[in-house]
Design a protein around this ligand. Structure first.
Ligand code: DLL
Length: 443
């Protein structure tokens, strides 16, 4: 580990967030070169090396930061095609943790961390939490799910390394969450914004006014949410609601985070180098222009990602933030360039639902997914066409078939769906890209 890394790890009020830009760019270049070298020589299945050869680029060709544009992109399908470990560069003995996230079909994608990667991740999370004004004096409840999802453990390690008191409740059991929040003097909560709305609603049912508790901040992410939702949360509960962004492929939560200005998310760009491209032409766009966010990890050992196409749509904000941080900001992410849905914080692709439906006889490949939100919680209804014979056979077996489908969907994506049948040809046919998702959640 270099000295600058050491300093920062033991000095949470991270100097790097405020470093003069030439110094930051120098650090990024040095780390980019190291990352490219690592991916080129050590990636287990050699995909990066093959793509570099096809593009006629060698690691030594990377001489300045702009040269990043010569490097090939990577996408989620690469992780699926090299499942589970093909993109790893570290030997298995050095990998201390695995996490996973939904792939576009049945299998998840797998990501890994060395000890140093966990330190880098915790450091990014410390900086994220400090940006929201949190410190070792806080009692932080982590209500993101613990497990293969990166949210729970990512926030946990960050908060613990910050020196805060961590309350690892994970998701679910909302009444207990509220009891813990009240009794343990929780001052900040980390969860999805929709789950927090649900907590707030439940609390009011229980006759508890969250304004009377010590809770003062929320670190909310893992799904898109709007400025209107922030106002509602802040207005109803009296806390300050901060947006945190991240993705498993890059590290998990802590890639970018709002500061107290609440105006765009600072990217911890000494660790994660951002570019924005036009998703059609794949050409880089200047700062300020909206496009697809592409990220390159600069300090990750186990599974470096180079020019990873996130599918998240945003723009890099060129102006310096009033908080004084020099690291750049991105606009909050409201949508994606693909059809991934985020339901109760879980990533779900229509293709996964489709695969589950089509395993069952008598169902047609015509379906739509209706998303609604009730009391802050997302509900998914799947409307699927059935053959005319089955539709006429109203009494026998319909319910059990619905259960079978709901089970198939649950075992693929882990979400309970309501299944309803539609008469043959009743679901609109498309002439182009099928519109499978009807999102009534108003986010
Ligand atoms: O959701 C990591 C995370 C956990 C971030 C906790 C923040 C808090 P994945 O499950 O791999 O990782 O999903 C990543 O979720 O590409 C975005 O589309 C979406 N996403 C994450 N944070 C935000 C956010 C985690 N603040 C995918 N706003 C990403 C909008 C978000 N979308």
């Amino acid at each position: 580990m270099k000295k600058d890394d050491n300093d920062r790890i033991f000095n949470p009020a991270s100097a790097t967030d405020y470093v003069p830009l030439p110094q930051l760019r120098g650090l990024q270049l040095e780390r980019l070169k190291r990352t490219v070298m690592n991916a080129y020589h050590n990636q287990r299945q050699g995909l990066f090396k093959q793509r570099m050869a096809a593009a006629d680029v060698k690691p030594d060709d990377i001489r300045c930061l702009e040269d990043i544009r010569r490097l090939p992109f990577s996408v989620k399908a690469d992780l699926r095609e090299t499942y589970p470990y093909g993109m790893f560069t570290a030997p298995q003995k050095d990998v201390v943790r695995l996490h996973a996230s939904s792939g576009t079909t049945g299998k998840p994608i797998v990501v890994g961390y060395t000890k140093k990667d966990i330190t880098v991740w915790s450091d990014a999370m410390i900086r994220a939490m400090s940006a929201a004004g949190l410190s070792s004096k806080d009692v932080i409840q982590v209500s993101y799910g613990y497990g293969l999802f990166t949210g729970g453990l990512g926030a946990h390690y960050g908060a613990e390394t910050l020196g805060a008191t961590v309350v690892p409740t994970s998701g679910g059991n909302t009444e207990r969450q509220i009891m813990v929040m009240q009794d343990f003097g929780v001052t900040a909560i980390c969860c999805t914004p929709s789950y927090f709305l649900h907590i707030a609603e439940k609390a009011s049912e229980m006759g508890i006014d969250l304004r009377t508790l010590k809770l003062r901040a929320g670190v909310f992410g893992a799904e898109p949410w709007s400025e209107a939702m922030r106002h509602r949360i802040q207005g109803e509960t009296g806390i300050k609601a901060y947006d945190i962004y991240g993705l498993s492929e890059i590290i998990g939560p802590g890639v970018a985070m709002e500061c107290q200005e609440q105006s765009g998310l600072h990217v911890f760009e000494d660790y994660f180098y951002p570019e924005v491209i036009d998703p059609e032409t794949m050409q880089p766009l200047p700062d300020g222009k909206e496009g697809e966010l592409v990220l390159t990890t600069l300090a990750k050992e186990a599974i470096p990602m180079i020019r990873y196409r996130t599918r998240d749509i945003t723009a890099i904000m060129p102006e310096q933030c009033a908080c004084g941080r020099t690291i750049r900001r991105i606009r909050r992410i409201g949508r994606r360039s693909d059809d991934m849905m985020i339901i109760r914080g879980v990533n779900v692709y229509p293709s996964q639902i489709e695969a589950a439906i089509l395993k069952i006889k008598g169902l047609m490949p015509h379906y739509e997914i209706v998303l609604t939100r009730e009391g802050g919680l997302d509900n998914m209804e799947i409307r699927v066409e059935v053959t005319p014979e089955l539709f006429d056979d109203r009494i026998r077996g319909v319910e059990s078939l619905q259960k079978q489908i709901a089970y198939a969907v649950f075992s693929t994506v882990g979400i309970h769906a309501k299944v309803t049948f539609a008469e043959s040809k009743s679901i609109a046919r498309s002439e182009g890209k099928a519109k499978r998702i009807i999102d009534k959640r108003g986010i």
